[in-house]
Ligand binder design. Structure first.
Ligand code: ADE
Length: 240
């Protein structure tokens, strides 16, 4: 199996990169800033899988986050690597009113945008929300690994305006991130299945200042993400 991870921040990916000892393939995406790490994994059935981890890279001295960078990295990676499955993994905000907790790791069962307000008819509203499909095996995988599921909701800001919250609530969003639906958008165009693995760094309804809560919990949530991703990869590749 050819598995492609799309991860925004180095801090989210580092525990995972260290665990697998994936090697950076220098300048693979030049002149784009995305970074590729790759290794192969032996399965119990004798099959060898390829694990590629793509980071968005940096600009202005910080990791590129958000929909533009995620779309760019996903398209470049799918065109060059031809994955069987894209996994968008990273941190997210959760809602304690919906059972979220810090470092709780979810599998996405759907995805949407919450900050694209396009007035007009049903077609424009549908495009704005996105609601792209997720990999058909996501539910079975979550069941087998005993992982909770939730709907990824994507916007271009770490904070949340009241109009964002309204759209999130009206459409059942649960895992607030800045890349998921953008990755899924490209996957839908490229007919490539997508799986989400998301770990909670902050609770959008806790009353805490989001960036402070996110920063305080980033290492813990990324550690939990690594542990779950190892289980996901073992499951997908039948690792020995
Ligand atoms: N990533 C981690 N926490 C987030 C939040 N609250 N909103 C958007 N992206 C996030």
């Amino acid at each position: 199996m050819n598995i492609l991870y799309i991860i925004a921040m180095q801090a989210e990916a580092q525990p995972f990169i260290d665990h697998y000892g994936v090697q950076e393939v220098k300048d693979f995406f030049a002149p784009l800033p995305c970074k590729l790490y790759q290794t192969s994994i032996k399965g119990a059935n004798g099959e060898t899988s390829t694990l590629s981890v793509v980071l968005n890279g940096q600009q202005h001295g910080s990791d590129l986050v958000g929909c533009e960078a995620a779309s760019m990295a996903t398209l470049a990676a799918i065109e060059r690597l031809h994955p069987d499955l894209v996994i968008n993994s990273g941190t997210c905000g959760g809602f304690q009113s919906r059972g979220a907790d810090i470092a709780k790791v979810y599998i996405g069962n759907a995805c949407m945008f919450h900050d694209r307000r396009v007035p007009g008819d049903d077609q424009w509203g549908t495009q704005a929300l996105g609601n792209y499909p997720v990999w058909e095996g996501a539910e079975a995988l979550a069941g087998q690994l005993h992982l909770p599921m939730g709907k990824v909701t994507t916007g271009s800001s770490l904070d949340m305006q009241p109009c964002d919250l309204k759209i999130i609530q009206e459409n059942g969003g649960e895992l607030k991130d800045m890349e998921g639906a953008a990755v899924a958008f490209v996957c839908s165009l490229m007919a490539t299945p997508i799986l989400f693995v998301k770990s909670v760094t902050d609770l959008c309804d806790s009353g805490a200042e989001t960036f402070e809560e996110f920063s305080r919990n980033l290492a813990k949530a990324s550690q939990a993400l690594k542990e779950t991703n190892i289980r996901v990869i073992d499951h997908l590749t039948n690792a020995v």
